[in-house]
Design a protein around this ligand. Structure first.
Ligand code: PAF
Length: 284
């Protein structure tokens, strides 16, 4: 598996594959690869003859005071994992390849509506950063399919909308969240947790699960469930940022017609910010 750093080299390699009629499946990442990323690569192999992964810690999607500087960069380990997973190519550009005129002067892709609540409210500018870099990567790789984890559920919907609105001829495939045995969703940020915080972290998933179970048993007072979720997280030593029940397809507040919801939560445990979600069908 080769690692390419320039867009020119990437395009030339991909051109050969495209001329040979190979379908290209793309897995964009920020590196520090774990089993959740490798599940994306596994799925990618079902959808394309060639699997291209990218590693780029995208400065545009980090706000001031966030963890851009300390985000784990583990290229050699990631290359070994991708090779073992039998990916065909890694694109690992420097910031200047992606933003040649600098971050401030770069054109941006905005996805209004979907980007504004929840993560978008807590992390202003985050989804413009995500949509911009994913649009640029789609233009560079021109994949037939691209795979994203459901762990970042709002991001998945934002990217789907961006790809549809900008007419990218790419199929977006969602891959279920991979969890530790105790329920904690895999995330590169889990590595920031102290031993004591790691022991407490599964409470995030357990709290989402309890809320989903109540919905499955017929509870429909969404505001009360949200409040109970926030209180449970705070009582367990988290600082809850949001605990929200939304329509799974639009992220709008659910109505009596809503068939499926997603329960999304963000909470801080010490200095680490964790997010997770669960979907639940509402039986009428
Ligand atoms: O989910 C991620 O790792 C990133 O947000 C993405 C989609 C690779 C864009 O930088």
């Amino acid at each position: 598996m080769r690692t390419l750093e320039s867009v020119t080299a990437l395009r030339s390699r991909l051109q050969d594959w495209r001329q040979a009629g190979d379908r290209i499946a793309f897995v964009p990442t920020m590196g520090n690869l774990h089993a959740g990323h490798l599940a994306l690569v596994e799925q990618a192999k079902q959808h394309g003859r060639r699997v291209v992964a990218s590693i780029f810690v995208n400065p545009m999607q980090f706000g001031p005071g966030e963890d851009f500087e300390r985000y784990p960069r583990t290229l050699a380990q990631d290359q070994a994992r991708l090779k073992a997973a039998v990916a065909d190519l890694l694109f690992a550009p420097a910031v200047a390849q992606i933003y040649p005129a600098g971050l401030e002067r770069a054109s941006r892709v905005e996805v209004p509506g979907l980007s504004e609540a929840l993560e978008g409210e807590k992390r202003p500018g985050h989804f413009a950063g995500v949509a911009t870099v994913v649009a640029k990567l789609f233009n560079m790789v021109q994949p037939d399919v691209a795979l994203f984890g459901e762990k970042d559920y709002q991001q998945l919907l934002v990217i789907r909308r961006m790809a549809a609105d900008l007419c990218f001829p790419v199929e977006i495939i969602a891959v279920p969240t991979v969890r530790e045995a105790d329920g904690l969703a895999l995330s590169s940020r889990n590595g920031y947790l102290s031993r004591a915080e790691r022991a407490r972290a599964p409470v995030l998933y357990q709290t989402l699960r309890q809320s989903a179970d109540r919905l499955a048993r017929g509870a429909r007072d969404f505001a009360a469930l949200e409040e109970a979720g926030r209180e449970a997280l705070d009582a367990a030593g988290f600082a809850a940022e949001y605990f929200a029940i939304r329509a799974a397809d639009t992220l709008a507040p659910p109505t009596p017609q809503t068939a499926e919801v997603v329960i999304l939560a963000a909470a801080r445990l010490g200095t680490t910010r964790l997010i997770d979600n669960i979907r639940q069908v509402l039986v009428k």
